[in-house]
Design a protein around this ligand. Structure first.
Ligand code: HSE
Length: 405
């Protein structure tokens, strides 16, 4: 079956490579005959091994009835949304690795796919090469999913790992991540938690059955974390990780957040280092299931894309049903109402006086041994919003407020 690729960047070129290298093997397994038909990109690739497939005109793909499957690896919302919509309307299956597209337009595109009796698949949009969408939708289908918690951004995990194991400052670790090609073109999405937010929104949408849009989700990145925070976390027997989490509450609402957290060294997520991702899914029947692997990277991500392409070949006439319905009013709970324990590192000019103020305002805090101009403490468990107000009410220069996992 003919396959077109839109976007010949890291992942798109990986998809072309996987098809070129493994099409024979895939065919021998009886999984279908994959043939590249077009590669859409606005750039020129003179002398490239795939240059005969190159086009700058999306209409070459849209008007080619032989091309039944289109891979979208352009990234970003536009023109990806317009092109993907056009492909679906033309009755072509679409496979994407574009988490921004799925997180923001997933419901609309799923509806369009349904209306045109084709598939819209996005296994590579979360966790790169880690199978997550299909297991969550199929293998765990008998469960009411209670919680999804994970490390879903490889770049920020790489940066934090470098800060933890090599004592690097945030800026130096970010530069290293960029040199290694892990960070997105604009690293803001990686380091501000936006990328992880898109991914947890996709997983929360699958688990809840209703579209969870990123703009409704509390999102905090890692840019304000310092080597001091990392050192204090270590003193507490913890490491700092960027944790994406979606929890089903007893009232049926979902609490969805992305924020750094102090993870105890005994917890399995604490050992997930470098660019690796991991995700724990807790179902009411199965208990906890752990997914772990390369959350980014050319061939790892392309591997998930091509698996979706194979699925489209096998379900050319019959639709896959991974997906969700429209957003539901009141689905998301306010995380500030949820119970939490906070680590606070604040600047103090008078440690003794501020310690006394803290004891009066927030009884039950555990004080950590700290530098003379630092007041570092861990709060008891209470509603997060109330804890933050009480900490802010001390009038200290709060340097860091981080949740305990
Ligand atoms: N920039 C992303 C990451 C790539 O670091 O995880 C995969 O989505």
């Amino acid at each position: 079956m003919n396959v077109a690729i839109m976007g010949f960047g890291v992942v798109g070129s990986g998809v072309a490579e996987v098809i070129a290298q493994n099409a024979d093997h895939i065919s021998e397994q009886g999984l279908g005959d994959l043939r590249l038909s077009h590669i859409l990109d606005i750039r020129d690739f003179p002398g490239h091994a795939f240059s005969r497939y190159m086009t700058k005109d999306v209409n070459d793909i849209l008007s080619d009835d032989e091309t039944r499957i289109v891979v979208e690896t352009m990234g970003g919302l536009e023109p990806a949304f317009t092109f993907v919509s056009a492909c679906l309307k033309k009755g072509k299956h679409v496979v994407t690795s574009n988490k921004e597209l799925v997180a923001k337009k997933g419901f609309a595109l799923l509806e369009l796919a349904r209306a045109n009796n084709v598939n819209f698949l996005f296994e590579a949009a979360v966790g790169g090469g880690i199978p997550l969408i299909r297991p969550l939708s199929l293998c765990l289908a008998a469960n009411r999913v209670q919680e999804i918690v994970g490390i879903l951004n490889g770049t920020s995990n790489f940066i934090l790992s470098k800060m933890i194991t090599d004592g690097m400052a945030f800026g130096d670790a970010l530069r290293l991540a960029q040199e290694k090609g892990y960070a997105e073109k604009d690293p803001t999405a990686d380091v501000e938690g936006i990328d992880a937010c898109r991914k947890i929104c996709i997983l929360a949408s699958l688990a809840s059955g209703s579209h969870v849009y990123p703009d409704g989700v509390f999102t905090e990145g890692i840019t304000r974390l310092t080597k001091e925070d990392v050192a204090y976390a270590e003193a507490l027997g913890c490491v700092i990780k960027l944790i994406a989490r979606a929890v089903r509450l007893q009232n049926g609402q979902w609490c969805v957040t992305v924020a750094p957290a102090l993870v105890p060294e005994s917890h399995l997520l604490s050992d997930v280092s470098g660019v690796f991702n991991a995700c724990v899914v807790r179902g009411d029947m199965v208990g906890e299931v752990l997914f772990y692997g390369q959350g980014a990277g050319k061939l790892a991500t392309a591997s998930a894309v091509v698996a979706d392409v194979i699925d489209c070949v096998q379900h050319d006439e019959k639709r896959r049903t991974f997906g969700w319905g429209p957003a539901r009013e009141g689905l998301l709970a306010d995380p500030m109402e949820a119970p939490a324990r906070l680590f606070v590192r604040a600047k103090t000019a008078d440690k003794a006086a501020d310690t006394a103020k803290l004891a009066a305002a927030l009884p039950g805090c555990t004080l950590l041994e700290s530098a003379e101009d630092d007041l570092v403490f861990v709060t008891p468990e209470a509603k997060e919003g109330a804890l933050r107000s009480a900490a802010a009410g001390l009038g200290l220069g709060a340097a860091s407020v981080i949740r305990l996992f």
